[in-house]
Design a protein around this ligand. Structure first.
Ligand code: FRU
Length: 494
């Protein structure tokens, strides 16, 4: 049975969604059907398709009354919208159906595990974990909800900050999930829970406690084994900056380490940022049918949303490109999903181009493009000072990516992209150039750019709101640089 609230949301999105033209959206990055989108939820492979749910307010482009939006895809690039999956229609989730994840039950139904939020008369928030079960389109909340509540929390743990369960099924059929919380001093903690049937849950351990190094509350944990290591990806709030590794505010952290079966604790050996750009948060991973681990994040930043003028927008919020992830030499490596290669056309290639002033190259332009660039100095004993690529450019606006080899700093800067507010416009990343070469793969999809550095060792992501007619790309060097460049159009004609 569908509640009145969900029926209303479905009717509203159906009526409003069809009025939004395809051309106002990115070509291959998922946007909300209508209204507002934040975190990816329930990213899973179910009944032959990838399912992506998302934090969703159909009624406006601001965060409010969290529903779950829903879309499906065969290649994680072309999406088909399905009706909203969840609405905040029950006592325990009356303030919102917050983030969560998906798994499959032995009888073939899909299980959604999410955070139900309610407020009591004094305005205190209660966050509990709840279940909805369905067939890939319609979901029923079970009558034993919530299935994990404050009674299961270890002493001293916050019941108003306890959210974002990520579920997985182990080979022996046991379900486990991790969820984020914090202690009284606001230090983030990840809890591990266990269930033999997916419905009855018990507390298993405190998987890891933040010792204060990485922000405060930890949101949206994802925990998995990859390339023989255990990996925890989590989004801490209120981070303090550290060198060029972590920036202030909300960030996304990757901890690589191992799990102790006896104590059920995870300890990390390596820590790093997941994305060094501006807009990346709360990612989730899914294991593809061929075993690849794929990660998708919310391509936005909580610190800028409220400053972006959204009154004329019909949708707000995008997901990142799906990224194939692996662990190599203690680092997270991210590569654009290989299915994107099949969407390339109109190849234009230049080799050994000398850049020593402003340079425009015939055939290199566009707002849905895949660019591969290798950059090196012309002479090793006379290295250029700065190299810059401007894109999404017209006579007034542009976004730039610049590299200063002597400092090894790559900087993304969207200050001239057309925004009238002083939100975050720049971010810098310390890169290691290999044999004096820097390799970049730059993927632009109308309203975003994702820069994969040195075969995916680092990534910088940013959204750009510049009018899509601004499609020029130009190069500049102070000194003498040499580039090889290959450009492809993406999804041409689609
Ligand atoms: C992260 C987050 C989650 C929460 C959701 C609410 O972006 O704050 O912790 O479940 O958004 O929309």
């Amino acid at each position: 049975m569908i509640s009145e609230k969900l029926a209303k949301a479905r009717e509203y999105e159906k009526q409003t969604g069809k009025k939004i033209s395809k051309d106002s959206r990115p070509k291959f990055h998922l946007t909300p059907y209508v209204g507002w989108m934040n975190d990816p939820n329930g990213l899973s492979f179910y009944n032959g398709e990838y399912h992506m749910f998302y934090q969703y307010n159909p009624y406006s482009t601001v965060w409010d009354s969290m529903h779950w939006g829903h879309a499906v895809s065969r290649d994680l690039l072309s999406w088909e919208y399905l009706p909203a999956a969840l609405a905040p229609d029950s006592f325990y989730d009356s303030f919102g159906c917050f983030s969560g994840s998906a798994s499959e039950l032995p009888d073939g139904r899909q299980l959604l595990l999410y955070t139900g939020v309610r407020k009591d008369d004094n305005g205190e928030e209660f966050q509990t974990q709840c279940i909805a079960v369905g067939d890939g389109i319609d979901y029923n909340k079970i009558n034993t909800n919530p299935v994990i509540d404050e009674k299961m929390l270890p002493q001293g743990t916050s019941r108003s900050n306890f959210r974002d369960p990520k579920i997985w099924k182990e080979e022996d059929g046991i379900y486990r999930c991790v969820a984020g919380t914090c202690d009284e001093s606001k230090k983030g903690t990840i809890l591990l829970f266990k269930s033999s049937d997916g419905f009855k849950w018990e507390f298993e351990s405190v998987l890891i406690e933040n010792d204060g190094t990485f922000g405060q509350m930890w949101e949206c944990p994802d925990y998995f084994t990859l390339d023989g290591k255990q990996v925890l990806i989590v989004s801490p709030q209120d981070m303090m900056p550290k060198d060029f590794e972590y920036h202030n505010g909300n960030g996304t952290l990757c901890l690589i380490g191992s799990f102790d079966e006896k104590t059920k604790k995870f300890t990390y050996e390596h820590s790093q940022s997941v994305d060094y750009g501006i807009d990346f948060y709360a990612p989730q991973t899914v294991t593809a049918s061929d075993g690849r681990k794929i990660m998708i994040g919310w391509m936005q930043n909580w610190d800028t949303c409220s400053l972006i003028d959204r009154k004329d927008m019909t949708w707000f919020g995008q997901m990142t490109l799906p990224r194939e992830i692996s662990i190599k030499d203690g680092r997270l490596i991210q590569q654009p999903i290989r299915e994107l290669l099949a969407k390339r056309s109109n190849q234009v290639e230049y080799k050994n181009v000398i850049v020593n002033d402003v340079l425009v190259l015939d055939g290199i332009s566009g707002r849905t493009v895949d660019l591969e660039i290798t950059l090196r100095p012309k002479e090793l004993d006379n290295i250029f000072h700065k190299f810059e690529i401007k894109f999404a450019q017209n006579d007034k606006y542009w976004t730039s990516l610049s590299f200063r080899p002597k400092e090894s700093i790559l900087k993304i800067d969207r200050k001239f992209s057309g925004s009238r507010r002083a939100y975050i416009h720049q971010r810098r990343c310390l890169v290691s150039s290999m044999n004096n070469e820097l390799k970049l793969r730059i993927i632009i999809d109308r309203f975003s750019v994702e820069v994969f550095i040195n075969d995916g060792k680092q990534v910088m992501t940013a959204t750009i709101l510049t009018d899509t007619a601004a499609d020029r790309i130009s190069f500049y060097a102070d000194g003498e640089a040499v580039i090889d460049i290959t450009k492809y159009d993406l999804f041409a004609g689609e």
